[in-house]
Design a protein around this ligand. Structure first.
Ligand SMILES: [Zn+2]
Length: 353
């Protein structure tokens, strides 16, 4: 029996080296240490041996079992090590390869124009004032001198918001222009010192909405930037100087500016502002329709009623306001033919800027 155990041990250990992967190792384990292995057969038969032989056989059988288990564990560990070494070799990271470029996003072309406008007016001492996009009829129209049923409202038909409440003459709507921010900002400034309201120097940028027939020139959503300056002794001359300076800083020192009389409910007097065409230098081209001028913004002296509604006494304070469309400026600068490109989310368009 002892000879048989020697034989079992020798056979098992000599075949262990042939196992080169986990599956082969498991097969080896079942063959030599499993339930039906010769070694287990020895254990099963110990009970039938003469009493005197049992301790020696049992001891030897246990020795063989431990030897096989130890050899198995060592072999498993060495297999793990070599497969790890193999993986490290095969999957080694080559840090000398060039990296994959990260695709950088970019600013929307209108945002780029807006930021340039912010920069120029910031240099002139104007702060950015952000106002709400959902407005009341009162702020969007009435306080800006558009009474209910005023004909000028027809040019600014809007999207009204169902509230479930009867708000009478004061429904909620998406703002049709950034001008309600004039009233909100003036009231906020005036609240600081109602007796002596501080001067106002702000620009009001943001998205506006109108119920328009969408076409190459009109969208139902667009941005506006509006400027507002209120103080004592502010004149139309200050307005002209500020706008002309803006034109030069935006388009170049040689750019001339032209003011044409116009009408807006919230300014008096009012004017349209043209900048000399920066594409042809005033010679005349298809973009300026051969006039040499580009219509860029509307402006005027803040109407006394609007000043009063904002908390500024029109007998003591004056001010000017102006407004322009960043989409239009962007279209002119990049010769974009259709305003619908801006909000269509077409990457082939947006990636050009
Ligand atoms: Zn031109």
């Amino acid at each position: 029996m002892l000879t048989e155990l020697d034989q079992i041990e020798e056979t098992a250990l000599s075949t262990l080296d042939e196992a080169q992967d986990e599956a082969a190792l498991e097969t080896w384990r079942v063959t030599h240490l499993g339930r039906n292995s010769p070694l287990m057969g020895v254990f099963d038969n110990i009970g039938s041996l003469p009493k005197g032989e049992r301790p020696a056989i049992g001891r030897r059988a246990n020795e063989v079992k431990r030897a096989l288990e130890t050899a198995l564990a060592e072999k498993a560990e060495s297999l793990r090590q070599s497969s790890l070494a193999h993986a490290l070799q095969a999957e080694r990271l080559d840090v000398t390869l060039p990296g994959r470029p990260i695709r950088l996003g970019r600013l929307h072309p209108v945002t780029q124009t807006l930021r340039e406008i912010y920069r120029i007016f910031a240099e002139m001492g104007f702060q950015v004032y952000l106002s709400r996009e959902v407005e009341t009829d009162e702020y969007n129209f009435q306080l800006l001198n558009f009474p209910p049923h005023h004909p000028a409202r027809e040019m600014q038909d809007s999207y009204y918001i169902e509230t479930g409440h009867d708000r009478g003459d004061n429904p909620l709507l998406l703002r049709t222009h950034t001008s309600p921010g004039q009233i909100r900002s003036m009231r906020e400034f005036a609240a600081q010192d109602p007796e002596n309201p501080p001067p106002v120097r702000i620009i009001l940028p943001g998205m506006c909405y109108r119920y328009e027939q969408i076409s190459a020139r009109y969208e139902i959503q667009f941005t506006q930037v509006e400027g507002l300056a209120i103080g004592e002794h502010i004149t139309f001359g200050d307005l002209k100087g500020t706008i002309s300076d803006f034109g030069r800083r935006l388009l170049g020192q040689q750019v001339r500016t032209r003011f044409r009389a116009s009408h807006f409910p919230f300014t008096e007097p009012s004017a349209e502002v043209d900048f000399e065409c920066f594409l042809c230098g005033g010679e005349g081209c298809s973009v300026c329709k051969y006039t040499g001028w580009l219509e860029i913004m509307g402006c005027g002296m803040v109407h006394p009623t609007v000043l009063r509604n904002g908390g500024y006494d029109p007998l003591r304070y004056t001010g000017f306001a102006f407004g322009m469309g960043p989409e239009r400026l962007t279209m002119l600068r990049h010769r974009i033919e259709d305003i619908r490109y801006f909000w269509a989310n077409d990457l082939s368009f947006l990636e050009q800027f």
